[in-house]
Design a protein. Structure first.
Ligand SMILES: *Cc1c(COP(=O)(O)O)cnc(C)c1O
Length: 392
């Protein structure tokens, strides 16, 4: 029988040789690793440095432990590389497969910095990007051309939460030998293990749910066996390394990720359902609610929902939305998410689309639901909706 999520995250990556019997793997900081002789130094350089002390950039047991823990959460995966941020993980994953002349397919609902990396940096290398409707499903086959080398997915999409048909896209990609990768930050492997679905590279902004406390930047890419060597070599070439202190905080966060996600998910769904009953709200964009595009795919493929969603206001303008958000007591106003505290963010998806239209009844607010009591958050939002109505 496969273990439950709580059991998995508590035990993952805690090899005895790395923990030395200490419950949390200690912080091993290093740049120089000393050798006894010139012969030993030379011999070390020629060997595979995976899980062997060689030089600080290649990591210590602190980073290996977190990387191995994330690999264990993705059945079928070969290994994981850690990065100093989620964006660093995304760029390394893309650079590990793309070369000048290649084409990348990117969903129109993708995280904005991913879009910018493709249209800016990748374009400068002569790599072209074609955007696609996140709801395209198996229809992606029609977009795959001679130059198409990679299909990037993000499900649900940033800001607007469209759920993608990952198995259908993977099947179309495999038929043409195209690499697939997904930004799996929202679901994490606990709610959506993707390597066993055939995805080649699974990317996390660990900054969000893995760290869980809004105090560390960290990213990861977990690779299927066919894609590990390229990912590792590209990441080595780029000099990518995550600090042991940050990896340690990532490991500490991971131990409670299953219970945190359960709370985030249940509280967010309760609040989303309450928002649906409010006349000031036109639509709630939450994958577990039927109004969300791709809801049927969410029910088919995901083990549960996370704590981040958006809602569309019924009319009103930017100032009325600001009146709602500015007066909130328990929600902070700021970027990122996945921490213990709730956040509210004004978002404007229409401004960053290229192949799909964004038609909405009013401005959009994105909520990160933290670990506060949902009844208190609902009371705070109710007062906010009153302010919105008064200002509209
Ligand atoms: C925040 C985020 C990232 C980037 O992670 P950083 O650690 O902030 O660089 C990538 N993808 C998604 C979906 C995110 O929300």
């Amino acid at each position: 029988m496969s273990k439950g999520d709580g059991t998995k995250v508590v035990g993952a990556g805690r090899r005895a040789e790395w923990t030395q019997g200490i419950v949390s793997p200690p912080v091993w900081r290093a740049s120089t690793i000393l050798y006894d002789t010139v012969d030993e130094l030379r011999a070390a350089a020629g060997k595979d440095t995976h899980h062997r002390l060689f030089y600080g950039r290649r990591g210590t047991p602190t980073q290996w432990s977190l990387a191995e823990a994330l690999t264990e959460l993705e059945p079928g995966a070969e290994a994981t590389f850690l990065y100093p941020s989620g964006v660093a993980a995304i760029s390394a994953a893309l650079l590990s497969v793309l070369s000048p002349g290649d084409e990348l397919l990117l969903p129109d609902s993708v995280y904005d910095p991913t879009r910018s990396f493709a249209t800016g940096f990748l374009a400068r290398l002569g790599i072209t990007t074609r955007f696609y409707d996140p709801l395209i499903g198996g229809g992606i086959a029609d977009l795959i051309g001679e130059q198409t080398r990679a299909i990037f997915m993000e499900s649900p999409g940033s800001l607007t939460f469209e759920v993608q048909d990952v198995p259908a896209i993977v099947a179309a990609a495999k038929a043409r030998g195209v690499t697939t990768m997904i930004d799996n930050t929202w679901a994490t492997p606990l709610l959506f293990p993707v390597i066993e679905l055939g995805v080649d590279l699974s990317i996390l902004a660990c900054t969000k749910y893995v760290v869980g406390h809004s105090d560390v930047m960290l990213g990861s890419v977990t690779a299927a066996p066919s894609h590990w060597a390229k990912l590792r070599d590209t990441s080595f070439a780029l000099g990518q390394t995550a600090s042991p202190d940050d990896a340690w905080l990532g490991s500490r966060g991971l131990r409670t990720m299953a219970v945190r996600l359960k709370h985030h998910g249940a509280a967010a769904l309760e609040i989303a359902r309450w928002l649906e009953t409010r006349p000031e709200v036109a639509r709630v964009l939450h994958p577990a609610l039927p109004a969300c595009p791709g809801h049927d795919l969410f029910l088919r493929d995901f083990n549960g929902a996370a704590g981040l969603f958006s809602f569309v206001l019924n009319g009103g303008n930017d100032a009325a939305r600001a009146a709602l958000i500015d007066g909130l007591d328990l929600f902070g106003i700021g970027y990122s998410w996945g921490g213990f505290e709730s956040l509210a963010l004004p978002v404007d998806p229409g401004r960053i689309r290229s192949v799909t239209r964004w038609d909405a009844e009013g401005p959009v607010v994105r909520l990160q639901i933290g670990l506060e009591d949902p009844a208190d958050l609902i009371a705070d939002l109710a007062a906010g909706l009153d302010r919105f109505r008064a200002a509209s």
